[in-house]
Design a protein around this ligand. Structure first.
Ligand code: PMP
Length: 399
C-alpha cells in the first residue's frame, strides 16, 4: 500500500503553464516558461531545422540505437560550437563529450559523476538560479549551497558578495556558472568580472561547471555567448560544460544537449568518457537520435550554420525590441521609477523585482502568468502586449 505517499506541489515553472491553460480569459499571457514565441504568439520552428529534417528524410537515415555516448557527428559539432572550431583542447583530444537528454539530462549525468568521483564536495549555486538545479544535484545525492549573486537594491549583480562566498567555499568546490543569459535574473558578469572569477577558481582550485542553455540569446551571437567557458578553458583550467539546444535551435521536445569535460590531457578525457558512459548506460542507456542529427547538420554545414546565426539574431532581436517596448511604456506610465534594468538585462528573461504577492496580483487580476520569483519570459511577449504588461506591472508596484 502506497497510501503514505504525500502530494508533490506542481513544478514552479511548468506548473505555471498548467495554470495558464485553465484560464479562459482572452487577455491571458503566459510569461512563465522560457520558450520563444513569434509576435503572433506562435511557437517557432527554425527554417534551418526544417531544412535539416528534409536532408534527413532524403538520406533515409535508420532508427538504430545510437552508441551510449551519442551521435559521433553531433558530439564533434557540439564541442566545436562550444569552444570554437580548431580549439587546442579538441585538437589534443582533451574533451570528453557525451550527448545527453538536453540540458537537464546533461546536468544530471555530471551530477552523478560528481557524486561518484568527488564525494563530499559541495556544489555552489547562484542565489537565485534556475529552480531545477537544486532538484538535479539533490536527487543525485550531491550537497549544494548558495553563493550570492543578485542585489535587489540595484536589480544588478552582487559581485563583491559572490566573490566573498566563492573565496569562503572549501578548496576544490564545484561552482555552477551560467555561461550566458543568467536564468532567472538576466544579469551576466562583465568580461573583467569573469576574469576575476577565473583567477579565484584557479587560486581556490574550484571546478567551474558552466550551464550553457542560452548560447546565442544574450548577444545574438553564438560565438560571443560562448566567451566565458572559452576563456576559462584558455586559462588551462579543467571545466565541465552542459549544453542545451532547446532554446537556440528551438528543439525543446527533441531533448538535444551534451555534457563536456574539458580536461588536462587525452588520457584523462578517455577515462572520464568511460565513466560518463557507465553513468548514462544505467540512467537511460543511449540518447535519442532525431534532434542530434538536426543539430549536427546545422552546425557542420557552413551554409546552414550561417543561416542559423541569422535566425538566432532575429529571435534575440525580437526580444531586444520588446525590452525597448516594455521599458518605453513603463517609463511613460511611471517615470518616477528607474526601469533601465529591463534594458540592461540580457537573454530571454527579465527579473522584475516584483515580490510573491505582486506576482499573484499579476496572475489573479491581470491574467499574466509568471514565476513567483518575479521573473518574466520576454520571449513570450509580443510587442502588441507590451503596454498591457507595463500597465499591470505599474498597478502592482503602486498598490
Ligand atoms: N539550464 C538552465 C539555466 C535553463 O534555463 C534550462 C531550461 N529552462 C536548462 C538548463 C535545461 O533545459 P532543457 O533540459 O530543456 O535543455
Amino acid at each position: 500500500r502506497l497510501a503514505f505517499v504525500d502530494l508533490q506541489p506542481p513544478d514552479p515553472i511548468l506548473g505555471v503553464s498548467e495554470a495558464f491553460k485553465r484560464d479562459t480569459n482572452d487577455l491571458k499571457l503566459n510569461l512563465g516558461v522560457g520558450a520563444y514565441r513569434t509576435e503572433d504568439l506562435k511557437p517557432y520552428v527554425l527554417n534551418v531545422v526544417k531544412k535539416a529534417e528534409k536532408i534527413m528524410i532524403d538520406s533515409e537515415e535508420n532508427k538504430e540505437y545510437l552508441p551510449i555516448q551519442g551521435l559521433e557527428a553531433f558530439n564533434k559539432a557540439t564541442a566545436d560550437l562550444l569552444l570554437g572550431q580548431g580549439h587546442a583542447a579538441t585538437k589534443e583530444n582533451r574533451v570528453a563529450t557525451l550527448q545527453s537528454l538536453s540540458g537537464t539530462g546533461s546536468l544530471r549525468v555530471a551530477a552523478e559523476f560528481i557524486a561518484k568521483f568527488l564525494p563530499g564536495k559541495t556544489v555552489y549555486l547562484s542565489n537565485p538560479t534556475w529552480g531545477n538545479h537544486k532538484n538535479i544535484f539533490a536527487d543525485a545525492g550531491v550537497e549544494w549551497k548558495w553563493y550570492r549573486y543578485y542585489e535587489p537594491k540595484t536589480v544588478g549583480l552582487d559581485f563583491e558578495g559572490m566573490m566573498e562566498d566563492l573565496r569562503g567555499a572549501p578548496e576544490g568546490s564545484v561552482v555552477i556558472l551560467h555561461g550566458c543569459a543568467h536564468n532567472p535574473t538576466g544579469i551576466d558578469p562583465t568580461r573583467e568580472q569573469w576574469e576575476q572569477m577565473a583567477d579565484l577558481c584557479i587560486e581556490k582550485n574550484h571546478l567551474p561547471f558552466f550551464d550553457v542553455a542560452y548560447q546565442g540569446f544574450a548577444s545574438g551571437s553564438l560565438d560571443d555567448d560562448a566567451w566565458a567557458p572559452r576563456y576559462f578553458a584558455s586559462r588551462g583550467m579543467e571545466i565541465i560544460v552542459a549544453q542545451s539546444y532547446s532554446k537556440n535551435l528551438g528543439l525543446y521536445a527533441e531533448r538535444v544537449g551534451a555534457i563536456n569535460f574539458v580536461l588536462s590531457d587525452a588520457e584523462a578525457a578517455k577515462r572520464v568518457m568511460s565513466q560518463l558512459k557507465r553513468i548514462a548506460r544505467a540512467l537511460y542507456s543511449n540518447p535519442p537520435v532525431h534532434g542530434a542529427r538536426i543539430a549536427s547538420i546545422v552546425v557542420s554545414r557552413p551554409e546552414l550554420f550561417k543561416e542559423w546565426n541569422e535566425e538566432m539574431e532575429y529571435m534575440s532581436g525580437r526580444i531586444k525590441q520588446v525590452r525597448q517596448d516594455l521599458n518605453g511604456h513603463l517609463t511613460k506610465i511611471n517615470g518616477d521609477r528607474d526601469w533601465s534594468f529591463i534594458l540592461n538585462q540580457v537573454g530571454m528573461f527579465s527579473f522584475t523585482g516584483l515580490n510573491k504577492e505582486q506576482c499573484k496580483v499579476m496572475t489573479d487580476k491581470h491574467h499574466i502568468y509568471m514565476t513567483s520569483d518575479g521573473r518574466i519570459s520576454l520571449a513570450g511577449l509580443p510587442s502588441s502586449k507590451a503596454e498591457y504588461l507595463a500597465k499591470a506591472i505599474d498597478d502592482c508596484v503602486r498598490n
